[in-house]
Design a protein around this ligand. Structure first.
Ligand SMILES: *Cc1c(COP(=O)(O)O)cnc(C)c1O
Length: 235
């Protein structure tokens, strides 16, 4: 069995190779280690080899880990799961990034509940890029209005877009989905013209990070290839 440290080494090499192949600047793609269902000890192993950014899907589980890892300096917590509006207060208090905002109500609450003494909460809007019936995310057509409204909220920093393409597509289909997300970000840049940094595309996971990097990913969210297969879903 390979160790978490080895896995991070090989994922990092995959990222570097894909970044180079795409002619992009070294270091322009960051690894978000998706640690849902993993015990704090696994995150400590990742931290020991320099990993700082962790992605969590389930709030209660995440809060327990954040508490258990208080002694580690510089951890950066990213919320990447579906958000119920009664969970926003805790998310606003404990996370640095949220990748899964898909409606204005949630964004407004996050902004209101973010403490003024904290830096603004970094936000990606999640897009349901392949219009799947069961997937979270706004529709592409809703983006201009939603992004315009969110960019004006005081305690948020709208950084960009996130998507999870339909996994039942061939590589070419997934790559098209990634490209559509990148094009949507370009449109928003024109629309908001400096009103938000818009430097972020959160796309690509264990199986398809190379395709996502080829289309401009800046965060790849990787669980299995870092921590191994997940045995069971968290409650
Ligand atoms: C679980 C998860 C990932 C990581 O998936 P892997 O296939 O294990 O790399 C990435 N993004 C989101 C939103 C997830 O829920």
């Amino acid at each position: 069995m390979s160790s978490i440290a080895d896995n991070i080494g090989s994922v990092t090499r995959r990222i570097q190779k894909a970044t180079l192949a795409a002619g992009r600047a070294p270091g322009s793609v960051r690894l978000l280690a998706v640690s849902k269902t993993r015990p704090p000890a696994d995150l400590r192993q990742a931290h020991a080899v320099g990993q700082r950014a962790f992605g969590e899907n389930y709030l209660q589980e995440a809060l327990e880990k954040i508490e258990a890892l208080r002694d580690l300096p510089d951890l950066e917590w990213h919320f990447i799961g579906p958000i119920q509006s009664n969970k926003t207060r805790q998310i606003a208090a404990h996370f640095h990034w949220v990748h899964s905002v898909d409606r204005l109500k949630v964004a407004r609450r996050l902004s209101e509940q973010r403490d003024d003494t904290q830096p603004p909460l970094n936000i990606c809007l999640q897009v349901n890029i392949d219009d799947e019936a069961t997937k979270s995310g706004c529709r592409l057509a809703e983006l201009p209005e939603l992004a315009g409204a969110i960019a004006r909220l005081p305690n948020l920093r709208l950084r960009g877009l996130m998507a999870i393409p339909d996994p039942n597509q061939a590589d070419s289909g997934r790559r098209t989905s990634f490209r559509q997300l990148a094009q949507a970000l370009e449109q928003l840049r024109l629309q908001l013209a400096g009103g938000a940094p818009l430097d972020t595309l959160s796309m690509g996971m264990s199986d398809d990070l190379e395709l996502a990097i080829a289309e401009g990913a800046t965060w790849v969210r990787v669980g299995t290839a870092v921590f191994g297969e997940r045995s069971a879903k968290a409650p």
